[in-house]
Ligand binder design. Structure first.
Ligand code: PMP
Length: 432
């Protein structure tokens, strides 16, 4: 290369908005799991099949004679899908919805989140994030020029020696209120919460809603696990609370709802005054989502609308099955002394690994939290993949919450049994 060509390449290529957000835990841990794991309870996806009615709907869309399903559809959502989503959410929210302006389809809930932050957050705006949180909220806020402000759920261990529940992790009302100011543009709520499985109560939601109304703050409500709620608990939608519809964007995911995470169909439901700006981001980024997947999801929702609340409904059956899987994993973790926090919802479970410190070699001067070292050691030495909980915390709070790891239990019985066998064998080795 000539001198002049080399000189031209010395200028930074990376946009400033990417500074400090280049690491991604899922890329790192997916690679570790692929290399070492015999049993992968790490990343959140089911290893059991998609329901038959959904694959059949996809096959019909693929080869049913309507060749236009292979072409572009409406940018903001395939008409049959936005129509049925509007019908469904009218039921859930108890208000009339316009499919064209109150619903938008996205490439998974992930792109829905991206649209929210890009459309609603300006340079200098603050966005409140409740810890622990689905990790992408932080870089997405930063990429939009905003400042994340964190407020933790604080664990209150039960005194009677019982196992902790995700309900024992609560917001401190005064601490939460102290985070709101005139700089606050939005709060991100994720109920049921990944990673804890916490299902926010009406009281907790009411507290957040009151602060949003008082400070004129928007709520980005990530409800992708809306159907995965256990023990007869009820998922309450933020947008259904008084004064919240006009300031809330509700996010959902067919990936979680129909156990088809690879389809990447998500949606937002909300007032036109917010959604019209999300549409601007959408039309200037991905423009539209795969037509055929939207058609199949639309048919899935039509089925669910017909069976709403009935025992045959997938939204009734799936949580029933997952609750059994949860109970099974709770038992096997408890049996080996990896104390589980019983989740009220989602397909995740957080377990306490403080009793396993002696198993994992100490790395002097390492600034890596214990749960990171533990998870890496476990996948390499035991073949079991999980995710360190501190991943779901801001840099400043990581070290306060590094005694836990997260498992995903949306798995076949055989997978959960294989995990339990690994844990049992490990316990026997410890005891001998
Ligand atoms: N929000 C939460 C809380 C999640 O856990 C996930 C997926 N792990 C998403 C959003 C993204 O969902 P999708 O796969 O539909 O993009």
């Amino acid at each position: 290369l000539s001198h002049s060509l080399q000189a031209k390449m010395s200028r930074p290529v990376q946009a400033r908005r990417l500074e400090g957000i280049d690491k991604n835990i899922w890329v790192e841990f997916a690679k570790l799991a692929a290399t070492y794991s015999k049993v992968n309870l790490g990343q959140g996806f089911p290893d059991f099949p998609v329901p038959d009615f959904l694959t059949e709907a996809f096959s019909r869309a693929l080869s049913g004679g309507n060749h236009m399903l292979h072409q572009y559809t409406r940018a903001f959502g395939h008409p049959p899908l936005v129509k049925v989503l509007a019908q469904f959410f009218e039921k859930l929210l108890g208000r009339d919805l316009d499919p064209m302006t109150n619903v938008m389809v996205t490439v998974g809930a992930y792109q829905a989140l991206f649209c929210c932050f890009q459309a609603l957050v300006d340079e200098g705006d603050e966005v409140i994030i409740i810890e622990p949180f689905f990790d992408c909220y932080e870089p997405m806020v930063k990429m939009a020029g905003g400042t994340p402000v964190f407020v933790p759920l604080r664990p209150n261990p039960p005194k009677d020696g019982k196992l902790m529940s995700s309900a024992d992790w609560q917001l401190d009302a005064a601490e939460l209120a102290s985070k709101f100011s005139e700089r606050t543009k939005a709060i991100v709520l994720n109920s049921p919460n990944n990673p804890l499985g916490k299902v926010f109560s009406r009281g907790e939601l009411g507290l957040i809603a009151e602060l949003c109304v008082k400070h004129d703050v928007l709520c980005i409500s990530d409800e992708v696990y809306e159907w995965l709620v256990y023990d007869g608990k009820q998922h309450i939608r933020m947008a259904s609370l008084e004064g919240m519809w006009e300031r809330t964007v509700t996010i959902g995911s067919a990936g979680k709802t129909f156990s088809a995470t690879g389809w990447k169909v998500g949606w937002v439901v909300g007032p036109d005054r917010l959604l019209k700006h999300l549409r601007t981001v959408h039309q200037n980024s991905v423009y539209l989502c795969a037509t055929i997947a939207q058609e199949a999801v639309a048919q899935g929702f039509q089925r669910e609308l017909m069976l709403y609340g009935k025992p045959e409904s997938y939204f009734v059956q799936l949580p029933k099955e997952l609750q059994q899987k949860r109970d099974w994993l709770v038992q096997s973790l408890d049996g080996v002394g990896m104390k589980p926090i019983i989740p009220e919802g989602t397909y995740f479970l957080v377990a306490d690994i403080s009793q396993f410190k002696s198993d994992v070699p100490d790395v002097p001067n390492s600034d890596e939290p214990y749960d990171y070292r533990f998870t890496k050691w476990m996948v390499k030495n035991k073949g079991l993949a999980a995710i360190p909980l501190s991943t779901f915390y801001s840099e400043a709070h990581k070290n306060n919450y590094s005694n836990f790891i997260r498992f995903c239990f949306a798995k076949e019985e055989a997978t959960l049994k294989a995990a339990s066998d690994i844990l049992q064998k490990w316990k026997q080795e410890k005891n001998s």
